[in-house]
Design a binder for this molecule. Structure first.
Ligand code: FMN
Length: 277
């Protein structure tokens, strides 16, 4: 899966990664309340012009807002459900009781998932291991995995207070898989090699989500699939230059935004980081 990356994962990059091996993609973080206010920038994030499989990522803490938004939502080709963001580390978002602050709110999260299901859509959760080391030590994440009937759990193996240079803690995955009661668990955080995927699959995770490594090579999905023998036959992987040209063609046909294209070309082939990821 291609991770949601604010400022990067518009329709164009999602489609490029899908063509090169990603099974699922996600729209960027957006507040449900921004959609309800008709905020153009937020609505543009979910204005999908392709049929690439995608889940719409939502940031919300209020049942009534989610209900109103879903009442006016029309599915489109490629739509695969909603993803609730329980992982955003922004102090502003946490202060509002959203993002990573929701990890310890099992009952509320369960109600949000039920609302999505009642509207006939799938619901996945993207969580961290807590907002800080204390919550991680209390294993707050296991309550969500054991108590919410989502269709899929994506677990970024860090707390919200850990910066980009700190290591992800993959050792949590076996207990997460156990707690999830058969609901698939997807691992996320620093995954960029077939060896890491092998290690994680050995712990029982159903798949992996890749973020920054896809910005430096959007075909990383096929690179890893080839190495892991997951493609029926080895699939040719284009050069970075060929991927740039493919992006530009898609950018034109899907009417991508200029800022996205500029940032895509700026980071392609380079290492990128962002504080707190
Ligand atoms: C530039 C940037 C933007 C991000 N935007 C989002 C977002 O909109 N929603 C979200 O759930 N996570 C977001 N993340 C977190 C990623 O989805 C992912 O969980 C994180 O980068 C760890 O995966 P990685 O090590 O493979 O990049 C963002 C991360 C980065 C670096």
């Amino acid at each position: 899966m291609l991770a949601p990356l604010e400022g990067y994962t518009d329709s164009v990059l999602r489609t490029l990664c899908f063509r090169h091996g990603a099974d699922m993609t996600f729209t960027e973080i957006a507040h449900v309340e921004s959609f309800l206010r008709g905020n153009r920038q937020a609505l543009e994030k979910i204005a999908v012009r392709d049929s690439t499989p995608v889940q719409i990522q939502l940031l919300t803490g209020k049942e009534e807002h989610l209900e109103s938004f879903l009442g006016g939502f029309e599915p489109f080709p490629g739509f695969e459900g909603f993803n609730l963001n329980l992982s955003c580390p922004s102090p502003d978002v946490i202060r509002q009781g959203k993002g990573a602050a929701m990890i310890k709110r099992t009952a509320k999260t369960g109600r949000l998932v039920s609302i999505i299901h009642a509207h006939g859509h799938k619901a996945s959760l993207k969580i961290r291991l807590g907002t800080n080391a204390y919550e991680k030590a209390q294993k707050v994440y296991l309550n969500i995995l054991g108590g919410v009937d989502a269709n899929l759990f994506i677990i970024h193996a860090k707390t919200a207070s850990q910066g980009s240079v700190e290591e992800n803690d993959y050792s949590v995955y076996p207990e997460c898989v156990d707690a999830a009661r058969g609901i698939p668990v997807i691992a996320n955080g620093g995954i960029d090699s077939a060896d890491k995927v092998r290690q994680l699959r050995g712990m029982g995770v159903a798949g992996v989500m890749i973020g920054r490594a896809a910005l430096t090579n959007p075909a990383i999905f096929d690179v890893l699939r080839n190495e892991l023998g997951l493609n029926e036959a080895v699939k040719p992987v284009p050069s970075i230059t060929a991927l740039e040209a493919e992006y530009d063609t898609l950018h034109e046909s899907l009417e991508g935004g200029e800022g996205y294209a500029r940032d895509f070309h700026r980071v392609l082939g380079k290492r990128i980081g962002k504080e707190n990821y």
